[in-house]
Design a protein around this ligand. Structure first.
Ligand SMILES: [Zn+2]
Length: 403
């Protein structure tokens, strides 16, 4: 907890935590974490994109490594646990193994990913993409708000744009990636559990949609003659909420709405809005999206409106690995804690890492489910529980190796 507080001091904006990719504050935070990794007996290095990788070699250094970790970058005005907690919990576990004068039968690597939130270049997961070998060369041409290219930023951050392809994990270099992260939702609090085992990371569809009708005078156009796109949008907002409430696990959110021309005495002429749909099962999500599209067309026909429906983003769900999650659950039970299962509604580095290794995640209860906000908060005892569970999990994998 002290280390989380220390890392919170590394920021680009005094008074609040803002630590984007490639910045001096992230480099300084990375240096601090590297020191803690070394104190825990790890050998550290910085890879081509600027991820910090600390390695405890174990008694069989050539065996596939167990990868642990999370991200060190942040959103603007962030909390202090989203990301750093997963790195620090992993370091604690490695340190506790070392303190017991025990050598694991396989290498463990703790990774502090350099970019998960995508604050600076609007592209998330740059850090894990490098490891998964999915870092597209075109990413290097991305430009930040100050006109700096990602190519330049990688260089000044101690990385090497030319070596990016070589930063990818080689076959059999890693056996699994396991990430501890705050829940960012209220479920664990509602069931009074310190930690939870993640079943899957929800798939997500982001739809940009619009209704167009006819603008007119609010005082002269009779109600039955109106073609009001905002009333149609209101129907869709409520229909999406209704569908999500009636479908277990489905989340539907209208988060933006632009009303044109946007005056209190003018009937709107056009309304553009977003619809975000998430579910841990792809079939449920895609059928919900299809149902909402049908509904939008019905509403448009009934109200004589034009309709646009564009899927801007379509990410499939990522199931966590069955045997790893079972072992995580066993570790939770062995720690004397209730075993709670939950999907993740938010994306994580594990999404990208799942392209190359089996993944699992352990969530830690956070106050009010609040995240991406300075009020983010976790209980010290819950963090202790997460360390205990991850320690037991690593020990379990080690025992399995010995059998
Ligand atoms: Zn995060």
């Amino acid at each position: 907890m002290v280390r989380c507080n220390e890392l919170a001091l590394f920021t680009e904006e005094p008074g609040r935590i803002t630590r984007p990719y490639g910045t001096p504050s992230l480099a300084a935070a990375r240096e601090k974490v590297a020191l803690w990794m070394q104190e825990a007996g790890m050998e550290v290095r910085i890879d081509a994109v600027g991820n910090l990788r600390g390695r405890a070699h174990g008694s069989a250094p050539t065996m596939p490594a167990l990868l642990l970790g999370s991200h060190l970058d942040s959103v603007r005005d962030a909390g202090r646990y989203d990301g750093p907690l997963g790195i620090l919990v992993a370091i604690e576990v490695v340190d506790s193994v070392r303190a017991r004068h025990w050598t694991l039968p396989f290498p463990v690597e703790v990774i502090a990913f350099a970019d998960e939130e995508g604050l600076r270049f609007q592209t998330s997961y740059l850090g894990s993409c490098a490891l998964a070998g999915s870092f597209a060369p075109a990413f290097l041409d991305l430009i930040d708000a100050d006109g700096v290219t990602l190519h330049e930023a990688v260089g000044t951050f101690g990385g090497d744009p030319g070596a990016l392809p070589a930063a990818a994990l080689r076959p059999r270099e890693a056996r699994a990636y396991v990430e501890v992260h705050i829940e960012q939702g209220p479920y664990l609090e509602s069931v009074d559990a310190p930690v939870g085992v993640v079943t899957a990371i929800a798939g997500q569809s982001r739809i940009l949609t619009a209704f167009s009708g006819e603008a007119g005078h609010a005082g002269t156009v009779a109600m039955h003659l109106r073609r009001d796109p905002l009333s149609a949008a209101a129907e869709i907002v409520l229909a999406a909420e209704d569908l999500a409430r009636q479908t277990s696990g489905l989340l539907a959110t209208v988060g933006t709405m632009d009303v044109t021309p946007g005056a209190s005495n003018v009937i709107p002429g056009q309304v553009r809005f977003s619809l975000d749909v998430r579910h841990p099962e792809d079939a449920v999500r895609t059928s919900a999206v299809a149902a909402m599209e049908r509904r939008a067309h019905e509403v448009a026909v009934t109200r004589s409106l034009g309709v646009e429906w564009k899927i801007a983003r379509d990410h499939p769900a990522v199931p966590c690995n069955g045997s790893l999650t079972t072992q995580l659950a066993e570790a939770v039970a062995a720690a004397g804690l209730p075993v709670e299962w939950l999907p993740s509604g938010a994306g994580h580095d594990a999404v990208v890492m799942s392209e190359v290794v089996p993944v699992a995640m352990l969530f830690v209860r956070c106050a009010g489910g609040i995240s991406h906000h300075p009020a983010e908060s976790v209980l010290t005892s819950d963090v202790a529980a997460a360390i205990d569970v991850l320690d037991r999990f690593v020990t379990m994998l080690a025992d399995e190796k010995r059998e």
